[in-house]
Write a protein of this length. Structure first.
Length: 518
């Protein structure tokens, strides 16, 4: 199976059904198939070969899912860029991937301009949504190309997309997913999501993110309709959930929280059509989840995983939520159980399985696991040692197979569904003359799950305020990576080898919180 097989099938069986809606724009399945074919033909005509990479810098748009499907047909590998990153971060990813074409929304293309000269691998620039100096319009790029079937034989083992995630080096790593991994994961998701032809899914989480992309693919596999919103605006998301016949929505916990606290009439509205809310990608407070279940009155499903597992490795199913509310409240603290065809185990530092109820690192094995990290054989071997994806999360497995996440083996922070690697933030802080030492940790936050906190030692004879350091980080880091607060200390706790004891730093902030990570 290849990703585009499901689009071709649905376009054949339900050509007039709505594929996607965005504002006043409506695209049928037949039109979506034709548009994906034209994009694929344009890529081939531009000289792109199977396995070539292209970078995509865009907010959610009706064309975005078509880029995935068109690339799949041509055997070209899209590299979605997080539009919230800073320009130097975009440049690093584009160059690391060796992208030969860059497709950017016109408004974001302007922001890319300061580093455009550094993009040595890019041979062609294409703009979406308007004119941009030095860019070819998307409409021109695809104009005149056939809407007919693409004549390329794409293997089910071919790479289908490459998404970047922060890693132990502090630099983003490109997780390479194959056609088989994604197609298998869509089957796994279909068993959980359910749904019928024509069901609408709210796509408001960014499509550069694994969870949102997989949700959109799963919707298309079931013949549903993508109801796309460019940005998350709480009032507009709530309006859509109550007025636009939305059956399913994928929301990160921060979005759920904003809907509950920022929309005054959220509890007074009716959500008669809403069947399922899928959430995950970051921790959710138990009180937020209980309130959401009460307000929206639909089923809830939690997914736990990472980009390296396509999206999810475990699900906490609607039935589990019902059990929790009927007398097993501890299940609301669980990340669920392994997906079909997936194994989860807890291992010690020597990769030996530990008994149920014992804390260790969560390791996952299944058909949805990535092929590896792009051009990083040592990091790939370390992450996939023994054939198991080592998640970096510490957890417990109970006798029923439920996973309970306790903390993070690595220091990754997950804020609002986005991965933040502390070293990247620390490197920026150290650029300030007044900073003698710094450590960055995640602390509990009701809205974001975790918030980025900097703990700083001021250099002797220097002076700096928290506000000055927060301002210093602007322009040097993507907004979600910037610290939300700064604490000052005389010295950082370190072990004999000099490593900062971040567990000790986190302890006072996490005291009283039963769930340290999601």
């Amino acid at each position: 199976m290849r990703l585009h097989d499901t689009l071709e099938y649905r376009a054949r069986e339900h050509p007039d059904a709505d594929f996607a809606i965005q504002g006043d724009r409506v695209l049928s399945y037949a039109e979506a198939e034709a548009a994906a074919n034209r994009f694929a033909q344009a890529l081939i005509a531009a000289g792109l070969e199977i396995g070539d990479r292209i970078a995509v810098l865009a907010k959610n748009t009706i064309e975005y899912p078509l880029f995935f499907y068109g690339c799949s047909k041509a055997g070209v590998v899209p590299v979605p860029l997080n539009y919230r990153l800073a320009p130097p971060e975009w440049a690093y990813i584009v160059n690391d991937a060796g992208a030969v074409l860059l497709l950017a929304q016109s408004e974001l293309a302007a922001a890319l301009e300061p580093v455009r000269g550094e993009l040595g691998s890019v041979k062609r620039f294409v703009s979406l949504g308007g004119d941009c100096a030095g860019y070819e319009r998307y409409e021109t790029f695809v104009e005149g190309h056939s809407a007919g079937r693409v004549d390329r034989d794409i293997s089910s083992e071919a790479d289908v997309y490459q998404m970047y995630t922060s890693g132990t080096t502090g630099r983003p790593k490109g997780a390479v997913l194959t056609q088989t991994a994604v197609s298998t994961h869509l089957y796994q998701a279909s068993l959980a999501f359910g749904g019928e032809v024509g069901d609408r899914s709210l796509i408001v989480a960014p499509l550069y993110h694994a969870a949102a992309a997989v949700t959109s693919f799963a919707t298309v596999q079931g013949g549903g309709t993508l109801y796309i919103q460019e940005d998350f605006v709480p009032a507009e998301a709530v309006r859509a959930l109550s007025e636009e016949q939305i059956k399913m929505a994928m929301l990160v916990p921060a979005m759920i929280q904003f809907c509950l606290v920022a929309v005054p009439d959220v509890a007074e509205r009716s959500y008669d059509d809403l069947r399922l809310i899928v959430y995950g990608a970051s921790p959710i407070a138990e009180q937020t989840l209980r309130r959401a279940i009460e307000v929206f009155g639909c089923e809830f499903l939690q997914g736990y995983g990472m980009t390296e597992t396509t999206a999810a490795a475990t699900y906490l199913f609607p039935e589990d939520h019902r059990k929790a509310l009927a007398g097993r409240p501890e299940l609301l603290l669980s990340a669920g159980r392994a997906l079909v065809g997936t194994q989860v185990r807890i291992v010690d530092e020597e990769d030996r399985p530990v008994p149920n109820g014992t804390i260790g690192e969560i390791a996952v094995r299944g058909p949805q696991i990535m092929r590896g990290y792009w051009n990083l054989p040592e990091a790939t071997e370390e992450a996939l040692r023994g054939g198991w994806m080592h998640t970096g999360d510490a957890g417990i497995l109970d006798d029923e197979g439920y996973v309970f996440i306790q903390d993070r083996v690595k220091d990754m922070i997950v804020s609002g569904g986005e991965n933040v690697y502390p070293r990247e933030v620390e490197d920026v802080l150290f650029q300030h003359d007044a900073v003698a030492d710094a450590a960055v940790i995640g602390i509990p936050d009701d809205k974001w799950g975790e918030a980025v906190k900097a703990i700083v030692v001021i250099a002797e004879g220097e002076a700096v305020s928290a506000d000055e350091l927060l301002e210093f980080c602007k322009g040097r880091l993507g907004s979600y990576k910037r610290p939300r607060s700064v604490d000052f200390v005389d010295e950082l706790p370190r072990n004999p080898s000099g490593k900062v004891l971040k567990k000790d730093l986190r302890e006072k902030y996490w005291a009283g919180h039963s769930r340290r990570v999601g």
